[in-house]
Ligand binder design. Structure first.
Ligand SMILES: *Cc1c(COP(=O)(O)O)cnc(C)c1O
Length: 376
């Protein structure tokens, strides 16, 4: 059996090696390393895939969030509501821009931002809500959009983990995750569902004016060379990464299917187990399983974690500390009883190996090792 990896990037590369190598060598030969034709072509291909008017490539997913917030003209002191249970990048950029992060609890089934908690957190200073489509499944966007409309708030989707997922509205229409709010962002970090071989990110919007602003902000605030109209940043997707992403984008749907197949294997093995709660798939979103995350029930999650490591099964705790309890983001206004779900999740979640290149033997070994652990 091949060694089990949390994310098997090597096997994935081996399967597309010829195309990747030739795409990369072409960029080397072209010397168009920055803002070359590959970047423009990738931008168009991603716009088509997502069915969104504008894709603005940038250097990484964290920059994408920051630039999106700059583009919306959010001002110091504006309150931005986001989920307590997510990667820190989301809250980090809010704080960096001197906006006021307002963390709220998540829903126990989807791990995504709790709409009722958002409602309670809205104040006259609230300007934006940042739902994170965590682990590959959309937050419930329809009620969130409704709430945002009532209170004149921007909805910024952090879609670093759910590229390729569909949100399904109550009338049956679908939209790609990241293209539902005024603006959406993603990351092409290697382990993400659409990963490049370094850093990369992008911003999505259907709004022509916002897209224009964002294109200037990523390029030092220039709309005309050497005329700096606004304060910008330097945030580019480089041509080598764009060339790699152009090879991988046509495989994205197949990659999502491969992840779903692995998730189904896990689900079947763990169905109705007294010690494991398998991921819930909501009726308003498809799931692209950036992570396959179990909740451990009536057992010590940390012991399970150790046991799997001892059996050469990589696994991870995403995330071990709620953001409201992180030193950098602590705030006297936060009350523990407002974070009941997150506080429980950080103690009980465990993410199993998840990628596009499993051998069935590996999935059998992982599931059997876990089932044996609970049966002993
Ligand atoms: C990965 C990730 C980011 C940041 O992406 P980078 O490209 O690493 O900057 C932001 N938000 C979430 C939810 C992520 O998972």
């Amino acid at each position: 059996m091949k060694k089990i990896q949390m994310v098997d990037l090597k096997s994935q590369y081996d399967n597309i090696k010829t195309q990747i190598n030739s795409a990369v060598l072409n960029v080397f030969e072209s010397t168009a390393y920055i803002n070359g034709p590959e970047v423009k072509e990738f931008q168009k291909e991603l716009e088509d895939y997502l069915n969104v008017k504008h894709v603005i490539p940038c250097a990484n997913g964290t920059d994408a969030l920051q630039i999106a917030m700059m583009g919306l003209g959010l001002q110091p002191g504006d309150e931005v509501i986001t989920a307590d249970f997510t990667f820190a990048a989301t809250v980090e950029v809010i704080a960096l821009l001197q906006l006021t992060p307002v963390l709220v609890d998540v829903h126990p089934d989807t791990f995504n931002i709790d709409i009722e908690a958002v409602k309670r957190a809205i104040t006259p200073k609230t300007k934006a809500i940042v739902p994170v489509h965590l682990f590959g499944q959309c937050a419930d966007m329809e009620p969130l959009l409704q709430l945002a409309k009532e209170h004149h708030l921007y909805v910024i989707e952090d879609n670093a983990q759910a590229i390729g997922a569909d949100y399904i509205f109550s009338d049956g229409t679908k939209k790609k995750a990241g293209t539902i709010g005024i603006v959406g962002t993603t990351s092409f970090f290697p382990s993400k569902n659409l990963g490049c071989y370094g850093d990369g990110g992008a911003i999505f919007t259907d709004d022509d004016n916002l897209a224009h602003k964002l294109r200037g902000i990523v390029n030092h605030g220039m709309y005309q060379r050497y005329y700096h109209d606004v304060i910008g940043v330097n945030s580019r997707l480089d041509s080598v990464q764009a060339a790699i992403l152009r090879v991988k984008l046509p495989f994205l749907d197949a990659y999502c299917d491969a992840r779903r197949k692995a998730a189904e294997f896990y689900n079947r093995a763990f169905a109705n187990h007294p010690n494991m709660i398998t991921p819930t798939i909501s009726d308003f979103s498809t799931h692209v399983f950036h992570q396959y995350t179990l909740r451990i029930n009536n057992a010590d999650r940390n012991v399970v974690h150790q046991h799997l490591l001892e059996n050469q099964i990589p696994n991870a705790i995403y995330y071990p500390v709620p953001l409201h309890a992180q030193k950098a983001y602590a705030d006297v206004r936060y009350q523990e009883e407002d974070f009941k779900v997150t506080n429980e999740l950080v103690e009980t979640v465990i993410s199993l190996p998840m990628h596009t290149e499993f051998e069935e033997e590996q999935l059998k070994f992982i599931t059997q090792t876990i089932l044996d652990f609970f049966n002993k």
